[in-house]
Design a protein around this ligand. Structure first.
Ligand SMILES: Nc1ncnc2c1ncn2[C@@H]1O[C@H](COP(=O)(O)OP(=O)(O)OP(=O)(O)O)[C@@H](O)[C@H]1O
Length: 525
């Protein structure tokens, strides 16, 4: 099974080759340069709610990072949120707080609880991570945050998201009237597209009619996959409530004018008591934001403002150092073990090119005796519960090395990851950026090693040039460590073969068994 991230990169390779050309989209040609902003302490941050200052301090945050300050300046104060924002900022630069803080600040004055902000992310683990950031801020100003990712049963999720009216004993309620009384229990919802669509289609009382803010995080990834048409559905639901009370510019202006609509931004409660609806504000973000007009058009952006870091389209974190480890292809597993040995138990993520090779590599490495570090697998082949458990153990430092497919590349923020290793060289710069970006986050240092055959050096160099990185020195692993591992390698390979065969046998057995189960069930019916 090929990892979807690879396919995604294939689809956008043409984009990446246009590295020195100006973006095709006019509004992207004159961006706000985030790198010109300094980090900013709270006492010089205009308009910040003092309760949020306290919440930020409790999170251990004492000043805003440049992207956070840049977004704050564009969203808070006079003319706030008049334009939609497109943010392209490196991995680990703090994009989550960049959107969470202004949204919570803007909603802090709301008086009626209803769903005002929706944040969509491509994976469950990522959504859980982002929810935690909102959950650290929102309660300080009386706001509630919900999660729709399928982590718990749909019934439990509905109970969290929807508030039922209290019923008086003995009084009969018509079920239709009853559904009209249902209200949102949350002001902010963090969701994955699949579960969001489940709620849109099936959950009574779930509505986007009061939505003021839509955040599409990891935009390029989310736009590449239709996920049951979640985006047009969300936009349609949010816009249709606008149209019912306040005629949309679309009704007057022909659609060819696209996003050139009249600015309608009102500081009122959205859609209550016949008041006009404020515009649905969108914020879209990525470390590798697409510049493809047809993809961005799906977002129906309103006078978009482009914020990016520096001149280059692709940026690696400033404190990241890249290295290459040259070895023969068939000796890669022992070079990897020898490399891990030199890293002395520092937290490390090893990336492979597919879920199958993740599984095989992890199995193989665990057949070596006397490993000084715990190695676990993290891939889409595993059940979510197992994946989440592994991630928890990795965060807690009980596992030092995670072997991962690209499911881990996007957005995951694990404290203390000092090293990333490309066991298989990524084919595209976007993949390199998202993998390497699991380290050197929030201004910390980090290293990214790429294992390669000596003929692949040029390819890596070319790849890194796209992110303006010319330096990728060779990292030498001690030859005595490699030699000492050689005798164990053959027996580990033998054990891997046996393990793969027995796994295949088990799978076949399950496949043969299941038709019988179905037949028996059919008979019973
Ligand atoms: N102002 C701040 N001060 C200190 N730490 C911060 C600040 N803002 C964010 N961080 C920390 O920086 C780390 C990276 O933040 P975040 O996950 O939002 O990055 P990102 O830009 O979304 O990265 P990616 O593109 O990989 O998703 C997190 O651990 C977060 O807690």
């Amino acid at each position: 099974m090929k990892d979807f991230a690879m396919e995604e990169e294939l689809a956008t390779e043409q984009e990446t080759t246009k590295k020195n050309k100006l973006p095709v989209i006019p509004w992207m040609r004159d961006p706000i340069d985030i790198s010109l902003c300094d980090s900013c302490p709270f006492d010089s941050l205009p308009f910040i709610d003092p309760r949020l200052e306290v919440a930020l301090q409790n999170m251990g945050i004492t000043s805003l990072f440049p992207v956070q300050l840049a977004v704050w300046q564009e969203t808070i104060g006079p003319g706030s949120f008049e334009r939609d924002l497109c943010i392209n900022s490196p991995t680990g630069s703090g994009k989550t707080l960049a959107y969470a803080l202004p949204i919570v600040q803007m909603l802090s004055t709301r008086t009626i609880k209803c769903l005002r902000a929706l944040v969509v992310l491509p994976t469950r683990d990522l959504a859980v991570q982002v929810k935690e950031v909102f959950a650290a801020l929102a309660p300080a100003v009386g706001l509630s945050v919900g999660l729709a990712v399928g982590q718990s049963s749909i019934a439990d999720e509905i109970a969290e998201l929807i508030k039922k009216p209290k019923l008086d004993a003995g009084i009969f309620y018509d079920s239709e009237d009853f559904s009209q009384e249902l209200r949102s229990s949350v002001d902010i919802l963090v969701a994955t597209p699949g579960r969001l669509m489940d709620h849109i289609h099936n959950t009574k009382g779930f509505t986007l009619e009061h939505l003021c803010y839509l955040v599409v995080d990891e935009t390029d990834r989310l736009l590449r996959e239709a996920y049951q048409s979640w985006l047009p559905t969300v936009l349609q639901m949010a816009y249709s409530s606008n149209q019912s009370l306040f005629p949309s510019a679309d009704d007057i202006i022909p659609p060819t004018f696209g996003s050139l609509k009249t600015i309608r931004s009102f500081g009122v409660e959205r859609g209550f008591k016949g008041r006009p609806h404020p515009r649905l504000v969108k914020m879209v973000l990525s470390a590798t934001l697409t510049q493809d007009p047809s993809k961005l058009a799906q977002l129906d952006l309103h006078h978009p403002l482009f914020l990016t870091t520096g001149q280059r389209r692709y940026q690696l974190p400033e404190q990241l150092k890249s290295f290459q480890v040259v070895c023969k292809s068939k000796l890669k597993p022992i070079y990897l073990l020898a490399l891990l040995g030199t890293l002395q138990g520092e937290k490390c993520i090893v990336f492979t090119s597919s879920v199958e090779s993740t599984h095989r590599l992890c199995t193989l490495l665990n057949f070596f005796d006397d490993l000084k570090f715990k190695i676990k697998e993290y891939s889409r082949l595993q059940r979510q519960s197992i994946r989440s458990k592994t991630l928890r153990a990795f965060r807690a430092g009980e596992v030092e090395v995670l072997i991962s497919s690209d499911a881990m590349t996007r957005g995951m923020d694990v404290e203390g990851v000092k090293n990333v290793i490309n066991y298989d060289m990524p084919a595209f710069i976007k993949t390199y950026i998202h993998r390497a970006g699991r380290t050197a986050r929030a201004g910390q240092t980090g290293r990214c090693f790429t294992l390669l055959h000596k003929d692949e050096g040029k390819k890596l160099k070319k790849l890194l040039q796209k992110a303006d990185n010319e330096s990728c020195p060779v990292y030498s692993v001690p030859s005595e460590s490699v030699e000492s591992l050689l005798p164990m390698y053959n027996s580990a390979l033998e054990r891997l073969k046996e393990s793969v065969t027995s796994e295949m046998y088990r799978k076949r057995k399950v496949n043969i068994k299941s038709p019988n189960v179905i037949k028996t069930k059919q008979k019973a019916v």
